[in-house]
Design a protein around this ligand. Structure first.
Ligand code: GLY
Length: 371
């Protein structure tokens, strides 16, 4: 039953975002307003989804769209797309060759959601498997659980027949880790707090110096799609924050944070600072706002406003008093309307009947994160 927008609620609402939350709420069992009979098939992802090819002819979004158009399972198509990026050693934010943790070990996170089947699977802190998105799908298909982590996830991979490798570093990722280690010499750390902060700031300095792509410090590819039948699926996979404390897991494998899909409504996923996204479970929030009839761009902007409002610690603010990190969301509704939004301007990838392309996100804030 829709909630009426009474005078008190209206007066209290004030800001645009609050008005949105007062819009009628429809539960998953009811047909949402956003669904229509002939959706526009489309795949949306972070910008690395239209950049890396792993030596082949197609990028992630092009591969996923082509497979989707052949009529196979949509989630299989999206995972085949992100596998290209996971396997490409030149994307140092995802899969093989992802930037390692503080001990030099590559630990990977991923999750996937299947809209029509209302199922999901995830893995976190996974070592030795180049394609965590495939293992996330195996968790979904072969277990009653959603999330397997660490050694348990690796043992499961072994049982499922995945190849386990001793080390997923490439020469490039190891070289950057050694450079970071050099800059954060333990002799100069006076206490654990200073050590943590020194590690983070050395990482940011490497971004400023162009050693690390700003979008790759937190890493990640998210890829979502809707096909001609109106099926909606999504997948997110990452090597996570560069130089993280071993065991740290960000937003990527957490349902509602790094990814959320409602097969009747739409999908949203994220890249960027996972800790900021986790506080607001932004992907879940965005899909709920889509359910209430918001357009993808407006829903994403509301989530970004919350990320900004929750960022109050000085260490996370730049000289302008604004967040010193980026967060981006890749959003589609069940009609095939899309949006790429971010705190600071960035890029995203899209493929539809007109082919793959890279577009500028809508930014909430001016300038760049580190300005
Ligand atoms: N968004 C990726 C991470 O924070 O791990």
């Amino acid at each position: 039953m829709a909630r009426p927008l009474d005078r008190r609620t209206f007066l209290e609402a004030g800001a645009l975002g609050s008005v949105a939350l007062a819009l009628p709420l429809k539960g998953p069992a009811q047909a949402p307003e956003v669904k229509r009979s002939s959706p526009k098939p489309v795949v949306i992802s972070s910008a690395n989804g239209n950049r890396f090819t792993n030596g082949g002819a197609l990028t992630c979004v092009a591969q996923a769209f082509a497979l989707m158009e052949q009529g196979g399972d949509l989630l299989d198509a999206l995972i085949a797309g992100v596998n290209i990026v996971e396997l490409d050693p030149t994307d140092d934010s995802v899969g093989y060759g992802g930037l390692p943790n503080a001990e030099g070990v590559v630990q990977l996170d991923s999750c996937c959601m299947h809209g029509p089947r209302r199922r999901a699977g995830g893995v976190a802190c996974l070592e030795g498997v180049r394609t965590p998105s495939k293992l996330a799908r195996a968790v979904m298909d072969h277990t009653d659980h959603h999330l397997l982590v660490g050694k348990g996830a690796q043992d499961f991979a072994h049982q499922m027949g995945f190849t386990i490798e001793a080390d997923l570093n490439t020469e490039h990722s190891r070289k950057l880790w050694l450079e970071w280690k050099r800059r954060t010499d333990p002799e100069h750390w006076l206490d654990p707090e200073q050590r943590r902060s020194a590690g983070f700031h050395a990482g940011l300095q490497m971004v400023r110096e162009g050693l690390i792509d700003p979008e790759h410090f937190y890493g990640t590819i998210n890829c979502n799609g809707v096909n001609a039948k109106g099926d909606v699926c999504g997948v997110t996979t990452t090597s996570g924050l560069a130089w993280k404390i071993p065991g740290r897991t960000g937003d990527s494998p957490i349902l509602g944070a790094g990814l959320y899909v409602d097969g009747e409504v739409g999908a949203a996923g994220s890249t960027g600072r996972g800790e900021a996204n986790l506080y607001g479970l932004s992907s879940f929030l965005i899909v709920e706002l889509l359910r209430r009839g918001m357009k993808p761009k407006d829903a994403g902007m509301e989530a970004l406003r919350r990320v900004k409002a929750n960022t109050v610690e000085k260490r996370l603010l730049n000289a302008r008093g604004l967040p010193n990190f980026n967060v981006s969301f890749y959003i589609l509704n069940a009609q095939g309307d899309t949006a790429g939004v971010s705190l600071y301007e960035s890029k995203y990838a899209l493929c539809d009947a007109n082919g793959p392309r890279t577009l500028a996100t809508e930014a909430l804030l001016p300038g760049r994160a580190l300005d």
